[in-house]
Design a protein around this ligand. Sequence first.
Ligand code: KG4
Ligand code: ZN
Length: 347
Amino acid sequence: MIVLGIESSCDETGIALYDSEKGLLAHVLHSQVELHAEYGGVVPELASRDHIRYLVPLMEQALQQANLKQSDIDGVAYTAGPGLIGALMSGACVGRSLAWALDLPAVEVHHMEGHLLAPMLEENPPEFPFVALLVSGGHTMLAHVTGVGQYELLGQSLDDAAGEAFDKTAKMLGLGYPGGPVLARLAEKGRAGAFKFPRPMTDRPGLDFSFSGLKTFALNTWHELQADSEGLDDKLEQGQADIARAFEEAVVDTLSIKCKRALKQTHCKRLVIAGGVGANQHLREKLSSMVKKESGELYYPRIEFCTDNGAMIAYVGCLRLMAGEYKGLSIDARARWPMDELSSIQV
Ligand code: KG4
Ligand code: ZN
């Protein structure tokens, strides 16, 4: 079965073709980073308009890349939530209409399930059960995954998501958008131990997270540094990098401590990292050494499948369509969509 996947939940338009027999056939992506950069964050209305502009041309590009025709497609999968409602509607309308026009089944895909199962697109995919750390711009959660659609929530962020904390801290430091990768790059120049940031909620049991205090800690440190370095540009520049490093280390350490706890609690040996923050090199290194010490194994998607993409949507859509799931003619995009509403399927 060949499935066309459409991702348009935020600021990336992704289209992919996944074949149940041959695997991923093509994937193309258009990032809106430049469009939103001057506003310092995603402008929802601009995002929707841009998705509309790129969805069909990208679809043609993906078909061309796979050397296929529209008539070769057996099903359509589109992200129906969670995300920005206008952005979701753009992809959902195009996906649902295309399926109707070609008389094909269409299925709604949960964006976070896409992230969670993205490591399955790699050569050495994890077997169930595993613990998944989902770290994106809108979500931070730990789940015990026993099958497709079987996601037991172990913990989540009580306030900002990890990616959101990266983005907001980067903005406060004047680093612009998108904050995560920019802050991570600057952190490379920071000195270890120049500042010590807290590791929130690690001194008590449980698997929930809280990142908003870290962001405030970074802001206060930045203000103090600015007051101390008046006229001393070099000191300010180095201090900014030191703050970025201390912040990144605090987030990475906190995530690692909680992942270790989650593995112990579930008696799992396999850990999966997914979502945009999973692209962070230090997070990968830290979790890799932690998991090694626990005699476990770490799995993550390639960098381009950590952040939003159509491949993960085509993949999940293919699994769900093959299991007989499909959507009627109505188009119901959802800004919020709890993961526990997903049905479990046999693969
Ligand atoms: O999964 P994603 O592409 O979109 C959502 O579903 O939210 O995640 C985007 C988030 C943003 O907050 C971005 O700053 C963060 O992932 N991110 C990173 C890195 N690359 C992307 N955070 C830290 N380090 C990175 N290298
Ligand atoms: Zn995402």
